[in-house]
Ligand binder design. Structure first.
Ligand SMILES: [Zn+2]
Length: 150
């Protein structure tokens, strides 16, 4: 078992299906992105930066149905499952108070044994590039422009 593991977040668009009118399942378009991903990324980034003082974040389009965030700060990497659960609960509470619909894949954040796919690889299902982006520029990310293998 890993002694340390980055703190991680996973937002999958299929968990928003009953709120989406444009897409379902693994499909993600600019409308989904602007409506659900942008506010969620901004909210989590704000909690990480301003409440927890974590600075080393890596956000990626997962290559398929959503986004991932990893936090590499030393303290974040050493967090216990209980501390990770507290971070998860903090994000959910912030989302409620700011009226953001935040649907995190809970075990990814709460359980440090879960792993995410490596950035800059091709997603094996969608054939699309797992693409990093900067949280403050999340509005400028165009999901349709992500490179893919033919
Ligand atoms: Zn859509």
């Amino acid at each position: 078992m890993a002694i340390e593991s980055e703190l991680a977040f996973d937002i999958d668009m299929d968990s928003y299906d009953e709120l989406r009118e444009c897409c379902k399942g693994k499909k993600v378009c600019s409308v989904c992105w602007d409506k659900f991903i942008v506010p969620s990324v901004k909210l989590i980034q704000d909690v990480l930066l301003n409440k927890l003082k974590f600075y080393k974040t890596l956000w990626t389009f997962s290559g398929s149905r959503g986004v991932h965030c990893r936090v590499f700060d030393d303290y974040a990497r050493a967090m216990t499952n209980e501390e990770r659960e507290a971070v998860y609960n903090m994000c959910i509470a912030e989302a409620v108070s700011y009226n953001v619909v935040l649907r995190l894949d809970a075990p990814i954040t709460k359980d440090r044994t879960h792993l995410l796919k490596v950035p800059l690889m091709i997603h094996p299902g969608s054939q699309r590039l797992i693409t990093p982006f900067i949280a403050k520029d999340v509005e400028d990310f165009v999901v349709e422009d992500v490179p893919y293998l033919e």
